[in-house]
Design a protein around this ligand. Structure first.
Ligand code: 2IP
Ligand code: CA
Length: 415
C-alpha cells in the first residue's frame, strides 16, 4: 500500500518542519539553549525540551497516521512515552489537540507556564505542510494494513540536535557531527516476519541559506515487498524493480587496483579491536559519524559501503527505516556478531535484523536493542566479500564476545 508510504513521507516533512522551527524560532530556540547549558537551568521545566520535541513529533506522526489509516496508530512504537509530570506534580498526557489554542494551553502546562514557547510550538504543530514525491505516485503496491507495525524515532541524534553545530566540514561527504547528522526515522515492518517493508529517513538540516539562516532538508524512502523494490535514489522515470534488485543496487564500491575495496562508517564509541580490523580492511577509508540513522543513510547514499557497529546500543527505532531503504536497494542490515559466528562462506542466509520480537529477559529499552550489533550494506556480494576480509583481520581472540544467552534459553543456546 504505497498510500501509507506517501503519508509517512508527508508527515516526516511536518516533523522536520517542527524540528527546524525549534532551532529557528526565538522562543523555542531559547529552550534549546537552556538545555545545552544543562545544570540547574533545566530543572525549572517539567520536562527537558529535547524530550518534549521528541514526544511532540512522535504524537504528530501518530495522529496523522490515525487520521489517514484508522487503527494503524495502535501499531506505532517508539522510545518515548507521552506522559509527563510537571513541577506541580500534575500528570499530563501530551496528545495533539484539535485547535491551536487548546494545544498551546496543554503545552504551557508541560512548559510550566512559558506561554511564549507554548504558543510558538502550538502554531508549528498546527501548520499545514504539503509535500509529495511524484516518483511515489507511480508505485502501486497493496500491503494489507493489519500486517504492519511501525517504528518511529522522532529525532535521532538528539545530542547533535541540541548542540546545533552548523559549520562542521564533511570528510569524503560524511559529516562527523553537527546538524546534518540529525534524522527523523519512520520504518514499517511485517508483524509476522519482522522484516522491514518501507522506510522514510528525513534529514531536516542539509543546507543552510547564508542570507536567512534557514535550513533545507532532504528525504529518502524505500519500499521492498513481495518482489517489488523501489526507492528514492532510483533515476527519475525508472520503473519499480520486480524480483531481485537490478544493477543500480549492485556493488558500487571503489575497485581501483591496489586500493582498499571497502569504506566504512563507524561510531566514535566503536571498540578498538573492531577499529583495528576495519583499518586493515579499509585502509584510511574508515569515517566517523554521529547518529545511527545518519550512518545508515551514509550507506544508502553510497558515501560508504558499510556501517559497522559491534555494540548492543542501537535500537529497533534507529535501524528499521534505513534498513527498509537498503532492502529496496538490494542490501540490508544484519547482526554483526551473528554474521561472524556463521563464518564468511557465501550462499547463506545472513541474519537480517528483525523488528517484531524483543530480546527475551531484557527490560526497558534493552528489550528492543539490536543485540549483537549491526552491519548495514547495499549489496549482498559486497557484504559477503567484506565479511570474508573482516573475519581474516579480526582475530578470534579480538572478536567481541557474543551477547550472553538469556537465562531461560535452552542449554544448547548458552553453550
Ligand atoms: C542515538 C543516536 C546516537 C547513536 C545511538 C542512538 O539515538 O543516534 O548518536 O550513537 O546509537 O541510539 P552513535 O552516534 O555513537 O552511533 P538518540 O539520539 O535518538 O538517543
Ligand atoms: Ca535514536
Amino acid at each position: 500500500m504505497s498510500a501509507i508510504l506517501r503519508e509517512l513521507l508527508r508527515v516526516s516533512e511536518k516533523a522536520a518542519h517542527i524540528a527546524r522551527a525549534c532551532r529557528q524560532q526565538d522562543a523555542l530556540f531559547q529552550l534549546l539553549i537552556e538545555e545545552k547549558k544543562g545544570g540547574d537551568k533545566n530543572k525549572k521545566f517539567a520536562v527537558d525540551f529535547k524530550t518534549l520535541a521528541d514526544v511532540l513529533v512522535q504524537e504528530v506522526i501518530k495522529r496523522h497516521v490515525e487520521s489517514k489509516f484508522p487503527g494503524l496508530e495502535e501499531k506505532i512504537f517508539g522510545e518515548e512515552s507521552n506522559e509527563f509530570t510537571n513541577a506541580l506534580g500534575e500528570t499530563i498526557v501530551l496528545r495533539l489537540c484539535p485547535t491551536e489554542e487548546e494545544m498551546a494551553e496543554l503545552l504551557s502546562k508541560v512548559l510550566n507556564g512559558n506561554q511564549l514557547a507554548a504558543g510558538a510550538l502550538a502554531k508549528v504543530v498546527h501548520e499545514d505542510v504539503a509535500f509529495a514525491d511524484p516518483a511515489l505516485d507511480s508505485v502501486q503496491v497493496a500491503i494489507p494494513q493489519d500486517t504492519l507495525g511501525i517504528w518511529v524515532d522522532p529525532i535521532d541524534s538528539t545530542h547533535q540536535y541540541i548542540q546545533g553545530s552548523a559549520d562542521v566540514e564533511p570528510s569524503h561527504g560524511v559529516f562527523p557531527r553537527g546538524l546534518p547528522c540529525v534524522t527523523i526515522l519512520i520504518g514499517v515492518y511485517d508483524l509476522h516476519t519482522g522484516l522491514p517493508l518501507m522506510g522514510v529517513v528525513n534529514q531536516p538540516f542539509v543546507a543552510q541559506d547564508p542570507a536567512t539562516g534557514r535550513w533545507e532538508g532532504r528525504r529518502y524512502w524505500g519500499l521492498s515487498y513481495m518482489g517489488t523494490n523501489v526507492h528514492s535514489l532510483l533515476p527519475p522515470g525508472s520503473e519499480p524493480q520486480t524480483g531481485r534488485p537490478g544493477p543500480q543496487a549492485e556493488d558500487t564500491g571503489p575497485q581501483a587496483a591496489g586500493a582498499p575495496r571497502f569504506s566504512a562508517v563507524i561510531s566514535a564509541s566503536e571498540r578498538e579491536t573492531v577499529r583495528a580490523a576495519l583499518a586493515r580492511v579499509c585502509g584510511g577509508r574508515v569515517l566517523h559519524a554521529a547518529g545511527a540513522g545518519y550512518k545508515g543513510l551514509c550507506v544508502v547514499q553510497g558515501l560508504v559501503d558499510v556501517y559497522v557497529f559491534s555494540y548492543d546500543t542501537t535500537f529497533k527505532w534507529d535501524s528499521c527505516a534505513p534498513h527498509a531503504i537498503l532492502r529496496a536497494m538490494g542490501g540490508g542490515m544484519v547482526d554483526f556478531q551473528g554474521c561472524l559466528a556463521r563464518g564468511p562462506a557465501s550462499g547463506r542466509e545472513w541474519p537480517q535484523l528483525l523488528y517484531h520480537v524483543g530480546n527475551e529477559g531484557a527490560s526497558g529499552v534493552d528489550h528492543w536493542a539490536n543485540r549483537g550489533g549491526l552491519i548495514a550494506y547495499r549489496s549482498r556480494q559486497q557484504l559477503e566479500a567484506f565479511l570474508g576480509l573482516l573475519a581474516q583481520h579480526l582475530a578470534p581472540a579480538d572478536a567481541p564476545a557474543p551477547a550472553p544467552a538469556p537465562a531461560d534459553a535452552p542449554a544448547d543456546a548458552r553453550a
